[in-house]
Write a protein of this length. Structure first.
Length: 339
């Protein structure tokens, strides 16, 4: 089965009322974990690479790893997505590398840290839509700046994210402006700001509607019933993962992520793509810590990377089942990029 455009998968998800987890990858084991989980649950997948991941992995390795994923999993529809493209050039380079979907994150300027004016966001996103749609590639835009409504700050833990204080109106996407943005740009999917942020430290307590504004999603979905909504920063940072990370020497203060049941509510109101990276990072690192601390004599990487891959597979299976993706792989229409 060829890689398919994201639009086709998200349309199918909307018709069948499920959400698709988009998992970040940086190496072979992470791609294998996603594909094992997809095979086990019969789920379609979105594999995504950030700019940092593309630099770390090298585009060439990534392209060939994805070719292997396609070849070895003929019954799984796969989307290859550029996460947080910072410019039309980055998105074009992903299109040239056979990505089937790109995110133009024009909520920030190209530096990845400065909140961008609305008109800039519209301009660069429009440009990417023109470039991408010519090649059958789908486009995700972002309106609103990711960051915490508890602190009024963005985060820069993963190398991008707003610096400095952000106002409430920057941190929560305006539904009326979202309607204009989608009409002006023609994006296939829209990432929104609702108080989530990347990384482990999202909330200092179980989030309520003041700090995780699910109502905003309801409002946007009412105005834009045909636009696929994307939730970034949607790791749940479960307590058991935090505990096992700490148990084997990891340092992490108590934190809360986005509860899975809130994501399920989002899925009922138009959320079709849910970005998850931190939970997999935590699962992988906890597994490595456990193996190495229990077996200090080990130096064969397979002995810790294997359990790390299994730990990520478990997270992916859980999210695929929770978001309703399981069992959907066979009915996703197979549309090649040419079509
Ligand atoms: O965008 C957030 C993802 O967690 C990717 O992070 O830029 O460190 O690869 P990264
Ligand atoms: P988490 O850090 O919550 O996993 O979010 C990942 C993400 O949004 C990638 O774009
Ligand atoms: Zn993100």
């Amino acid at each position: 089965m060829p890689l398919i455009p994201m639009r086709v998968l998200l349309d199918h998800a909307a018709e069948n009322s499920y959400g698709v987890a988009a998992f970040n990858v940086n190496n072979m084991e992470q791609i294998q974990a996603i594909m094992q989980a997809a095979t086990y649950t019969d789920s379609p997948v979105i594999v995504q690479a950030s700019r940092g991941a593309r630099a770390y992995c090298d585009d060439s390795y990534l392209r060939h790893l994805m070719l292997a994923a396609v070849e070895l999993n003929p019954s799984i529809p796969i989307v290859m997505h550029q996460d947080h493209g910072n410019s039309p050039e980055t998105c074009q380079s992903a299109i040239d590398e056979n990505f089937t979907s790109v995110m133009m994150d024009g909520s920030l300027l190209e530096d990845g840290v400065t909140p961008a004016p609305y008109d800039y966001n519209v301009k660069v996103t429009q440009q990417v839509v023109i470039q991408a749609h010519q090649r059958g590639v789908s486009v995700e835009g972002e309106l609103g700046v990711l960051g915490s409504l508890e602190t009024g700050l963005g985060e820069k833990e993963d190398g991008h994210g707003a610096e400095g204080p952000l106002s409430h109106s920057q941190l929560v996407t305006d539904p009326e402006q979202a309607e204009h943005f989608v009409a002006e740009t023609g994006v296939d999917a829209l990432a929104v700001a609702i108080g989530t942020s990347h990384g482990a430290y999202k909330f200092s307590r179980e989030p309520d509607g003041q700090v995780l504004v699910m109502n905003c999603i309801r409002e946007i979905h009412k105005r834009l019933p045909n636009t696929h909504i994307v939730m970034h920063g949607s790791s749940s940072v479960p307590q058991d993962l935090q505990d096992s990370f700490r148990k084997f020497g990891g340092e992490m203060r108590q934190t809360w992520g986005v509860p899975v049941n809130e994501i399920q509510t989002g899925i009922k109101h138009g959320v079709r793509k849910i970005n998850v990276d931190t939970d997999n990072r935590l699962a992988i690192t906890s597994a490595v810590r456990k193996v190495l601390s229990e077996n200090p004599g080990i130096f064969d990487p397979r002995q810790y990377l294997g359990p790390a891959r299994e730990a990520m597979t478990t997270i992916c299976i859980n999210r695929m089942e929770s978001f309703g993706m399981a069992g959907q792989a066979g009915s996703v229409p197979i549309v090649s990029m040419d079509e």
